[in-house]
Design a protein around this ligand. Structure first.
Ligand SMILES: [Fe+2]
Length: 281
């Protein structure tokens, strides 16, 4: 198949862009001296985002005795990091909730998988570099978004079972389409003006030992991805072969036991995210 990166990026161009208010708010949050009042004003311009922030601040999780009635109060209760993660999850929910028949992923499967990877990546980052926890969460959410562009071209492919039996899905994508979903995901992150470290974490989430400065971030996504696959959450035709990056495991001093915490906590995070989608309807 003769696909160019531009053909695939045009396909991404057809995906819904991040809401303007969410994009503005994310830029503000990344600025070190963000004015919380201004942030609340931006969020208030979008009805869905405003109600999401309000409902989240009033959720049982925060257990506040008095109800939070304004977006201003909600912003203070939640804090910048939580709002950032919430904006990402909310923005990506509709996008990632789509079915991806080219990967045999039903509606909701890619979303559940992504939220599992995000939650797992945050846990791993907490162990190696807590300053990267939020960014790891975002990288986990976005790592497989490129599949939505590629899946269209994989729908009608008849796989030669014998030929592909020892290949990873990344090798199959590259063999058929000339690039893999990690490259496309990185390009999308670039278009969304996300930080370069996040772009690289997405680009290298299947081979983190080559991620350079983004090694911890890419490793967090890689291992969380493997754990979510092993848990069987949101896997399609690509869930059969997931080679681990041995060089990264050695560098991180990662053992089989290290997966235990992920296996325990990821399913609960996925259930909470399913509730989040329910909140947005
Ligand atoms: Fe992936």
């Amino acid at each position: 198949m003769n696909l160019t990166i531009n053909t695939l990026l045009d396909r991404i161009g057809e995906l819904p862009p991040m809401q303007e208010a969410a994009q503005k708010a994310l830029i503000m949050i990344r600025h070190p001296d963000t004015n919380m009042r201004a942030l609340a004003e931006v969020l208030s311009t979008d009805q869905i985002l405003a109600s999401l922030v309000l409902r989240w601040a009033n959720s049982a999780y925060y257990g506040l005795s008095a109800p939070v009635k304004t977006v201003q109060q909600a912003v203070v209760v939640l804090g910048k990091n939580t709002i950032q993660s919430l904006l990402f999850a909310a923005t990506l929910a509709n996008l990632l909730n789509r079915p991806a028949p080219g990967y045999a992923l039903d509606r909701g499967a890619l979303w559940k998988h992504s939220i599992g990877v995000a939650a797992g990546a945050r846990l791993i980052a907490a162990r190696y570099n807590p300053a990267l926890m939020e960014e790891a969460y975002h990288a986990g959410l976005l790592c497989d978004v490129g599949k939505l562009a590629l899946e269209f071209y994989l729908r009608d492919v008849q796989f030669d079972r014998e030929k592909i039996k020892n290949m990873s899905f990344i090798e199959i994508e590259t063999g058929l389409l000339g690039m893999d979903h990690a490259v496309i995901g990185k390009e999308l992150a670039h278009r969304w003006n996300l930080p370069v470290s996040l772009q690289n974490a997405i680009a290298f989430h299947h081979r983190p030992s080559q991620a350079g400065d983004a090694f911890i971030l890419a490793s967090a996504v890689h291992l969380a991805d493997a754990a979510t696959m092993l848990l069987g959450i949101g896997i399609g035709s690509d869930g059969l072969q997931y080679p681990l990056d041995e060089a990264a495991l050695v560098r991180l001093n990662w053992s089989e036991d290290s997966f235990t915490e992920l296996f325990e906590k990821i399913p609960a995070a996925v259930s909470a995210a399913v509730d989040l989608i329910g909140m947005m309807k």
